[in-house]
Design a protein around this ligand. Structure first.
Ligand code: FES
Length: 356
């Protein structure tokens, strides 16, 4: 029995779970040093030569306003250089000269103000360091009154009110510095009035429709049912500004069965035996509408998927475009070539014209 009891108690001891005490959490890792570093305070103020010698003070003042005047000269030089060295299209030397002198003028204008301001603050404005303790954003009335006082003191110490030559030359430099930017940005606008420039295209009465890009005139008999041609006006390739003109005058030419076309009153003579011509410039934001679905007679703009129905005067049936593609009235001359009857009857391209 004694042996059995021993065996039983051993087994009980083998399966017993030993519970250990939970570790006491650390109170944290922060350590407060007993010997905190003492604020050494600000170093003693050292007077500058301009504080000690009135003659040096005047020399420094002269340097500052000279720098501001140099800035004015630089800005005016930049404007003059922009006019005197214009960019001539196709002449890379003119681009180099224009960029060089314009850049030099603007650099002088900006550096004059920057260096002058730094020199002024380093040599003439009050030079001792001050510390300011943190406080809530809005100070008390007393603090605010003190702030006004400080501004007045700052004005007094910097000499902004007193040193009239520096102040006036700085104001002059600040007024003159943006001048080159105004001249540059003004010159980005087209030289001519943009409204007629964008509203009119090269198409005139009798202008032949030619293939893009070869410029070969198109006969009505060449345009078979279901075919599509990319078209430019005759003579476009001889023009100096042919890309600008092409961007307005590009046309798509298609032939449908006349009975498939819905023609509104006044437009009966604008097609020739089912051959129709529409502007290729999308009325959304001006991408070329270049995809023609022959079966559905839909024109698709690849940019934002505006879809125009050729059977229904290119009205918009899908997408963000807001108005139909303008139609070019066409006819046939005595030799059988397709010609324009006139320019488009409405502006081509983006719909902002509707709102202007
Ligand atoms: S430009 Fe054609 S859909 Fe946007």
């Amino acid at each position: 029995m004694a042996q059995q009891d021993d065996g039983g108690s051993n087994a009980a001891a083998g399966s017993a779970v030993v519970k250990s005490e939970a570790p006491v959490p650390s109170p944290g890792t922060a350590v407060v040093a007993s010997d905190a570093f003492e604020n050494p305070g600000l170093p003693p103020h050292r007077l500058r030569v301009t504080d000690l010698d009135p003659r040096k003070d005047r020399v420094a003042e002269r340097r500052v306003y000279t720098l501001f005047y140099l800035s004015i000269v630089g800005s005016i030089f930049a404007v003059a250089a922009y006019v005197a060295f214009p960019i001539i299209p196709g002449n890379s030397a003119s681009v180099r000269l224009n960029t060089l002198f314009l850049g030099l003028g603007i650099a002088l204008g900006l550096l004059g103000i920057g260096i002058g301001a730094i020199y002024w603050s380093k040599n003439l404005m009050r030079g001792d360091e001050m510390s300011e303790s943190r406080h809530p954003t809005r100070g008390s009335e007393a603090t605010r009154a003190r702030a006004v006082e400080i501004f007045k003191e700052g004005n007094e110490e910097s000499g902004f009110g007193r040193r009239s030559l520096i102040r006036n030359s700085l104001i002059g430099a600040l007024v003159a510095t943006p001048l080159p930017a105004i001249v540059l940005f003004r010159d980005l606008a087209p030289a001519a009035d943009p409204v007629p420039l964008l509203k009119e295209t090269m198409w005139r009465e009798g202008t032949r429709l030619t293939k893009d890009p070869s410029g070969v005139p198109i006969k009505a008999s060449d345009v078979t049912l279901g075919s599509v041609f990319h078209v430019i006006p005759e003579g476009l390739n001889d023009k100096e500004d042919r890309l600008e003109e092409k961007a307005k005058a590009a046309v798509l030419l298609m032939r449908l069965r006349p009975e498939d076309l819905k023609v509104s009153p006044g437009r009966e003579s604008w097609n020739y035996n089912g051959i129709v011509a529409y502007s290729k410039i999308c009325t959304h934001v001006g991408c070329p509408v270049a995809l023609y679905e022959q079966q559905t007679h839909h024109l698709l703009c690849p940019c934002h998927s505006s879809t125009f129905d050729v059977t229904n005067e290119c009205k918009v049936i899908f997408g963000p475009a807001k108005r139909p593609l303008p139609q070019l009235p066409i006819a046939v001359d005595s030799e059988g070539y397709l010609i324009a009857q006139s320019d488009f009857h409405e502006p081509v391209g983006p719909s902002f014209w509707e709102r202007s």
